[in-house]
Write a protein that binds this ligand. Structure first.
Ligand SMILES: Nc1ncnc2c1ncn2[C@@H]1O[C@H](COP(=O)(O)OP(=O)(O)O)[C@@H](O)[C@H]1O
Ligand SMILES: [Mg+2]
Length: 270
């Protein structure tokens, strides 16, 4: 190694220094980019966390309100029984209507409460027909006086399921179907809801079909999200709850439009 630097050495050194500087500038820019990216991610995570804690708080408030509403509702039912006896009006249409409204409120309250706790399915062998008939019976109570006809096509057979939960799921689906039919604005009066059940190679299924307006494509993905509702006075909890009931059975709940028009919801049990 010479002990005196030549001008060439100096030029080479300068070039190397320039290169190193350029490399440092590049990694500095990359770092800045990375920092900006991480800051963005942090912001998104913070927003999500804030949103989740807001939702959790809302859930708690909703559950509290639902609890408060539950007792007076029981009271109203009791007073209706008394009223019916007092006016000796067995099967009075007005009292029947009030009962229908009370039943609806009761369901909203139950849906909110069920949403705020863990859902466990207590599965026992059940006749498919019993489950379907109970749901259809409850639905027809609420559809008295409407021009929606209910039909059943149910095969014999049993499946392991939680009777009450699946009845609730079907009731939700049938009432949604009836409401969709009633909201139709093509001038047609009334419609039909078909409840099917059976077994095939893949397990058992329950399906609810209607001849309503069907589901708009842009809603398909969001139907099952809690609080998604296109209905005046809807809670948007029905389908979210139905999906949780399906999952508690390790089953699946899917929505589709029928080629002949209207919607079809299918619950598949393993
Ligand atoms: N059978 C159906 N036909 C068309 N749209 C439906 C049907 N069932 C549900 N939907 C749509 O899904 C939305 C969410 O339903 P749901 O979760 O039960 O809440 P809600 O009934 O309180 O609106 C409804 O508001 C409606 O827009
Ligand atoms: Mg509903």
């Amino acid at each position: 190694m010479p002990d005196t630097a030549t001008p060439q050495d100096f030029t080479r050194l300068l070039a190397e220094y320039d290169l190193a500087l350029a490399r440092m500038q590049r990694s500095h820019d990359q770092l800045l980019g990375k920092v900006a990216e991480l800051q963005g991610e942090l912001q998104r995570k913070n927003d999500l966390l804030a949103h989740q804690s807001r939702m959790a708080m809302l859930g708690e408030i909703a559950a509290g309100v639902a609890h408060e509403i539950r007792n007076p509702l029981g009271g109203i039912r009791l007073y209706l029984d008394l009223l019916e006896r007092e006016v000796k009006a067995q099967g009075s249409p007005t009292i029947g209507k009030i009962r229908g409204v009370v039943a609806r409120l009761d369901r909203v309250v139950r849906d909110v409460l069920t949403h705020s706790r863990e859902l466990h399915a207590d599965c026992q062998p059940q006749a498919l027909m019993n489950v379907v008939m109970e749901a259809v019976g409850l639905a027809s109570l609420e559809l008295t006086g409407s021009d929606v006809a209910l039909a059943v096509d149910c095969a014999e057979g049993t499946a392991a399921l939680d009777h009450d939960l699946v009845v609730r799921l079907l009731l939700n689906l049938v009432l949604n179907a009836a409401q969709a039919i009633q909201q139709r604005d093509d001038g047609r009066e009334g419609g039909r809801v078909m409840v099917r059940s059976g077994r095939d190679a893949n397990g058992s299924y329950f399906a609810v079909e209607d001849d309503g307006p069907g589901i708009p494509a842009e809603q398909m993905q969001r139907l099952f999200t809690p609080f998604f509702s296109k209905k005046e006075g809807g809670t948007g909890l029905g389908l979210a709850l139905c999906r949780r009931i399906a999952e508690a059975h390790r089953g699946e709940l899917r929505a589709a439009n029928r080629p002949e028009g209207g919607a079809r919801f299918e619950l598949r049990l393993p």
